[in-house]
Design a protein around this ligand. Structure first.
Ligand code: NDP
Ligand code: OXD
Length: 310
């Protein structure tokens, strides 16, 4: 049995190879292209699947994604059918997402964007601030990351709600289940955070109709996938004043092309897909846990339901 890692990003050789080597030190760990006998490879670790992966490993038992979102794996023609896929659940990534989302929620809640603009033109003005209890933060997608962000925000006093397909029963959170409850979920959400997986059901879910149901002056934080958002609908709602601002970390095309209107829109903050990055040491430990679970016949955390798409 051997585990094969295929470096993909420039950071992989200096950071991921040593982290994985340490976490898997007692296993037969190989780094592409030095895969050795293909029949020995039982697990692949990486960011993508490649043409060889469909046929080259006759004894492949699992693919371990270093990404949390796995739509690229599932959509790839190179994905070997029937091989279990485990997505990344990394405490380092989770902390990154929680701090990013909390940072933008607080920025919008305290209207720091507005205060910065005023200060830049020498304006000294203020209003009575809104209490956190009176501001509702809604998570579209209330899974691993949505719940972690909610736990970070609840102590500030925000009204927190989550939308998903199944009940979580998190104390202090109002939960909305399934498509019939989407409109009522949106109606009182002042800051909408998208943390859905990209599936056929969720593509283009942030559109003129859904975003239009948010209260006047609300905000969007999209940290899930670019294809959740209909870009021109967001711009129309910001320009009409219905939405007050947006923080966008993910885009239909990445890198976001030079000259894209999002870069210069006064109500949009663009970040380069950095809200939550899998960290090599904690991520390699997660790979190790998943491999141990698989070896002992346990269900690894993050096992993907291929039919469901996440
Ligand atoms: P999870 O699978 O744990 O959570 C997904 C949530 O979405 C679940 O609550 C699920 O419901 C809900 N959901 C899925 N489909 C629907 C639907 N049709 N209607 C209603 N709810 C639905 O994923 P994570 O929280 O770990 O990650 C979410 C996404 O965040 C990833 O898929 C990825 O795209 C993105 N991401 C972005 C990163 C970045 O750097 N910008 C980093 C990491 C992740 P239920 O719980 O009932 O199944
Ligand atoms: C992920 C991501 O899915 O970085 O992990 O977007």
């Amino acid at each position: 049995m051997a585990v094969l890692f295929r470096p993909f990003f420039p950071i992989d050789e200096p950071h991921w190879v040593p982290a994985l080597r340490t976490a898997l030190e007692d296993l037969d760990f190989r780094v592409w292209p030095d895969h050795g006998d293909p029949a020995r490879i039982t697990a692949l670790v990486g960011w993508e699947v490649f043409p060889e992966d469909r046929t080259m490993w006759p004894n492949l038992k699992a693919i371990l994604s270093l990404r949390a979102g796995v739509e690229r794996f599932l959509a790839s023609p190179h994905y070997p059918p029937g091989v279990p896929l485990v997505r990344m659940i990394d405490p380092g990534l989770t902390e990154g997402m929680s701090t990013y989302v909390a940072g933008f929620v607080l920025r919008f809640h305290r209207q720091i964007d507005l205060l910065e603009k005023q200060a830049a033109t020498g304006i000294w003005e203020f209003d009575i601030p809104r209490a956190a209890q009176g501001r509702c933060v809604g998570f579209l997608g209330f899974g691993h990351l949505g719940q972690a962000c909610a736990r970070t925000l609840l102590p500030f006093g925000f009204a927190v709600r989550g939308w998903s397909l199944s009940k979580k029963a998190m104390p202090g959170v109002e939960e909305f289940i399934g498509s019939e409850s989407l409109d009522s979920f949106l109606e009182d959400t002042d800051i909408l955070v998208c943390l859905l997986p990209l599936t056929a059901q969720t593509e283009n879910i942030l559109n003129i109709r859904t975003l239009g149901r948010l209260p006047q002056g609300s905000y969007l934080i999209n940290v899930a996938r670019g294809k959740h958002l209909v870009e021109e609908d967001l711009i129309a709602l910001l320009d009409s004043g219905h939405l007050a601002g947006a923080a966008l970390d993910v885009f239909r095309r990445e890198p976001l092309p030079v000259g894209h209107p999002f870069y210069t829109h006064p109500k949009i903050v663009v970040t380069p897909h950095v809200s939550a990055i899998t960290l090599p040491h904690t991520g390699a430990a997660a790979v190790r846990r998943a491999l141990d679970d698989l070896a002992q016949g346990r269900r690894p955390e993050g096992l993907v339901d291929v039919a469901r798409g996440y």
